[in-house]
Design a protein around this ligand. Structure first.
Ligand code: HEC
Length: 159
């Protein structure tokens, strides 16, 4: 009798009679171009604007934060970049593209390393990890951001 029941369940699932999975609780709130321009770019810029040096007429200016609050702000943006990397793996963005997911995971990790550099208040590490984060942006854009295909805001100098 039990075996019969089991056989029926197996047969039903083979026939596709299983209940569909419940809908995901989240809703897409941005298109990918908006996600990039409104969320990710500002977070990444806050990191890059705090890394390295600029040379001006007055001499070399260090960009690294000089206060605890400044470092905390960079840490916060780095954590945001990591979580945005997680959001990029959501199905509506990832669209079952394994390389997209892999690069997004890379962004989660790159953000985490920037976060650690900020927590350590290590200007050199911040510069290095900020550069590696940039590489992650570029590696996805090289594959998925094609010239002229997207019409959203004009993001000049975007990686
Ligand atoms: C997993 C893939 C992926 C990663 C990682 C990624 N991007 Fe993008 N990005 C895209 C795609 C796809 C577009 C084109 C979007 C469109 O216009 O439809 C884009 C476009 C952009 C744009 C232009 C948006 C506009 O106004 O049209 C900016 C700015 C941008 N990305 C910034 C970044 C930054 C900064 C990073 C890294 C911190 C990054 N992106 C990482 C996929 C990615």
């Amino acid at each position: 009798m039990r075996r019969c029941g089991l056989a029926l369940v197996v047969a039903l699932s083979v026939l596709g009679c299983e209940a569909p999975p419940p809908p995901a609780p989240y809703e897409q709130a941005t298109e990918i171009a908006e996600f990039m321009a409104w969320l990710l770019e500002p977070a990444a810029d806050a990191i890059w604007d705090s890394a390295g040096q600029v040379i001006t007429e007055a001499g070399v200016e260090e960009l690294a934060p000089t206060t605890d609050e400044g470092w905390d702000a960079v840490r916060n943006q780095a954590a945001l970049v990591s979580e945005l990397g997680n959001l990029l793996m959501m199905p509506h963005f990832a669209q079952e593209r394994p390389d997209w997911v892999e690069i997004s995971r890379g962004m989660v990790r790159a953000g985490a390393r920037v976060q650690r550099a900020a927590e350590a208040q290590d200007a050199q590490a911040l510069f290095k990890e900020g550069g590696l984060l940039y590489q992650v942006c570029v590696s996805c854009h090289q594959i998925y951001w094609r010239e002229g295909r997207f019409a959203a805001t004009q993001a000049e100098g975007a990686p």
